[in-house]
Design a protein around this ligand. Structure first.
Ligand SMILES: [Zn+2]
Length: 136
């Protein structure tokens, strides 16, 4: 069931390992530079948001485009083999994400999702937008 090239596989596997993935680290250090102080991987909140800014009651998720099925994104695609399996799996992930966002909002949190491709491809823009959304 080898659906990826070797390179793609190791890329994906390194993302599965999850915490402290590169785009997330980039985002953290940029936020820190801009004076934001935060907690990471807060386990007592729905969905364990990647970055939490208590002062702004804001929770940030850094979503991998493949695993969270980023719409209109090159990485957010269902693999062409084992399509049914992947489609169901990725749709479950999305449903879980939506549930977590709702639960956080009910608790009064401002929730922001940042996609890895945004951090990788347009960091400045993403940070400007994110800063606005943190403070709103
Ligand atoms: Zn994406």
């Amino acid at each position: 069931m080898d659906i990826w090239s070797k390179q793609k596989r190791s890329e994906v596997m390194s993302r599965i390992r999850g915490k402290n993935t590169k785009p997330e680290m980039i985002l953290r250090s940029q936020l820190f530079k801009r004076g934001f102080r935060f907690r990471v991987n807060k386990k007592d909140l729905p969905g364990k948001p990647d970055i939490v800014l208590p002062k702004y009651q804001t929770a940030i998720f850094v979503h991998g485009c493949f695993w969270h099925y980023h719409k209109d994104c090159r990485e957010g695609r269902i693999p062409s083999t084992n399509t049914k399996f992947w489609k169901e799996k990725l749709e479950r992930n999305i449903a879980k994400d939506e549930k977590n966002v709702e639960a956080l909002k009910l608790k009064g949190w401002n929730v922001v999702v940042v996609w890895e491709c945004e951090i990788e491809n347009k960091l400045e823009e993403t940070l400007i937008d994110l800063t606005k959304r943190i403070k709103s």
